[in-house]
Design a binder for this molecule. Structure first.
Ligand SMILES: NC(=O)c1ccc[n+]([C@@H]2O[C@H](COP(=O)([O-])OP(=O)(O)OC[C@H]3O[C@@H](n4cnc5c(N)ncnc54)[C@H](O)[C@@H]3O)[C@@H](O)[C@H]2O)c1
Ligand SMILES: [Zn+2]
Length: 365
C-alpha cells in the first residue's frame, strides 16, 4: 500500500492506494467521525454497484449505511441527479454528521462530492475510486456538475476527507475506460515528467492490459504529480491550471457532443494534440513535441484527430463559454517540450481555428 498526503486549506487528507486497501474504509470513516459512524450514504453508479457494491458495503463496518445509485455515465452530472440525491438523503434523515462515500469513477466522485459540498452547507465525504481516470479526479477537491451549454461550470472546491483507492476494482473496467483513464495518466507525464512519458510508451501494452505492477507504478506517479501541484495551489490561482492541458479543446468537444460522443479521456486526448499544434504554430515548441504527443496517445489507442463532421465553429463557441476563457481571451496550457508546459492567456483565435482544421486533416508540418 502507498499513502500520499494532499494539502488543502481545510486540512491535509490521505490517499491510500493499493490492492485490497478498501479493507481500511471503516477505520477511515471512524477517524472522520471521531468514533462510531451512525450514518453513511454510499453514492455509486449502477455499473459499479452491480460489480463491487457488496464488497464495499461489507467494508463499512456497523455503520447504518444507505445506498443511492445514479445512472452510469457523464450525463448524470446534472442538477436533477443532485436534487434527487438530496431528496433521498433528507428522506433517510441524513444530518450534518452523515458521511458520504463516493464509490465509483470521476462522475460519481464529482457528483457525490458536489452533493457533500452543498448538503446542509457541507458534510464530509470519502472517495473510493474505481476507474483509472479517477487517479486524477479523486485528488484536488474539484467537485461539480455540467450545464448543457458547458462542462463542469457548476461546482466547488471541496476536498474529500480521505481517498481509499483499491486498485483491485480496476480489473472489471471495460477496455474503453482503461484507455480513457490512460489519457490523464499520460497528461501528467506530458506536463511534468518526460521520462515517465517514455516509460509509458515502453510499457503501454502492459498498461492497456491493466497489468498490476505497471498500473500501480503509473497511478502512483500520476497521483504524486497531481498531489504536488494541487497542494501548492489548491484554488487554481496560478500553477494548478497546468493540469488543464488538453482541456480547453477537450471540454468544448464534450459539450458540443452533449457528453455522449467521447469519453472525457478521449476528448482531452484530441485536446492535447490540438494544444501541441497550437504551441508549435506559436513558436513555443519543436515539431517533434507534436509527433511525440500523438505517438504516446496513439500507443494507448486514443484518438489524435478531430472527425471531419465536427463543426469547428461550434467547438470555438463552446470554448468561449468555458471557465478557461478569460476577458475574451482563450487560455491554453501549451507544451514547450515533453514534460514541460506553459500557460498562455492570449492565444490568437485564428491560430486555434487553423489548428482545429489541421486536426481534422491530420496535416503535418
Ligand atoms: N474533479 C476533477 O478534478 C476531475 C478530473 C478529471 C476528470 N474529472 C471528471 O471525471 C469524469 C470522468 O470520470 P470516469 O472516466 O471515471 O467516468 P465514469 O465515472 O463515468 O466511469 C466510466 C464508466 O466506467 C464504469 N465503471 C466505473 N468503475 C468501474 C469498474 N471498476 N468496473 C466496471 N465499470 C466501471 C462506470 O459505470 C461508467 O460507465 C468526467 O466527468 C470528468 O470531468 C474530474
Ligand atoms: Zn480531465
Amino acid at each position: 500500500m502507498h499513502t500520499l498526503t494532499v494539502h488543502s486549506a481545510s486540512g491535509a487528507y490521505d490517499v491510500l492506494v493499493g490492492d485490497g486497501v478498501v479493507a481500511h474504509l471503516a477505520e477511515q470513516l471512524r477517524a472522520i467521525a471521531g468514533g462510531h459512524v451512525w450514518r453513511a450514504v454510499m453514492i455509486t453508479d449502477e455499473h459499479v454497484y452491480a460489480r463491487h457494491g457488496n464488497r464495499v458495503f461489507g467494508e463499512m463496518g456497523d455503520t447504518d449505511a444507505r445506498i443511492c445509485t445514479i445512472p452510469a455515465g457523464e450525463r448524470s452530472k446534472n442538477m436533477h441527479t443532485v436534487y434527487d440525491l438530496i431528496t433521498q438523503m433528507l428522506e433517510a434523515r441524513c444530518d450534518r454528521h452523515t458521511i458520504v462515500v463516493a464509490f465509483g469513477g470521476g462522475v460519481v466522485g464529482d457528483v457525490a462530492g458536489f452533493v457533500a459540498a452543498t448538503y446542509m452547507r457541507g458534510i464530509p465525504y470519502v472517495h473510493v475510486p474505481t476507474t483509472i481516470l479517477a487517479h486524477d479526479s479523486s485528488v484536488g477537491g474539484k467537485v461539480g456538475i455540467n450545464h448543457p451549454l458547458a462542462k463542469n461550470v457548476i461546482g466547488a472546491f471541496y476536498p474529500p476527507r480521505a481517498v481509499v483507492y483499491d486498485t483491485s476494482f480496476l480489473h472489471t473496467l471495460p477496455d474503453r475506460e482503461v484507455r480513457s483513464g490512460l489519457a490523464e495518466v499520460i497528461k501528467h507525464g506530458l506536463i511534468a515528467d518526460a521520462s515517465f512519458v517514455e516509460w509509458c510508451i515502453a510499457h503501454m501494452d502492459a498498461l492497456r492490459a491493466c497489468h498490476r505492477e505497471h498500473m500501480a507504478k503509473a497511478l502512483h506517479r500520476g497521483m504524486a504529480i497531481k498531489a504536488g501541484i494541487v497542494s501548492a495551489d489548491e484554488r487554481e490561482q496560478g500553477n494548478r491550471a497546468v493540469l488543464n492541458l488538453g482541456h480547453t479543446i477537450g471540454h468544448a468537444l464534450e459539450a458540443v457532443s452533449q457528453y455522449v460522443r467521447w469519453t472525457h479521456g478521449e476528448a482531452i486526448s484530441i485536446g492535447m494534440c490540438g494544444s501541441a499544434r497550437i504551441a508549435h504554430a506559436m513558436g513555443l515548441c519543436a515539431w517533434d513535441v507534436v509527433t511525440r504527443t500523438e505517438e504516446v496517445l496513439r500507443a494507448a489507442h486514443l484518438p489524435t484527430t478531430l472527425p471531419v463532421d465536427v463543426a469547428t465553429n461550434d467547438v470555438i463557441e463552446a470554448m468561449q463559454r468555458d471557465k478557461k476563457f478569460h476577458n475574451g481571451n482563450a487560455v491554453f496550457v501549451l507544451p514547450v517540450r515533453i514534460g514541460s508546459v506553459t500557460i498562455v492567456r492570449n492565444v490568437p483565435m485564428h491560430i486555434v481555428v487553423r489548428c482545429l482544421h489541421e486536426l481534422q486533416g491530420g496535416q503535418t508540418a
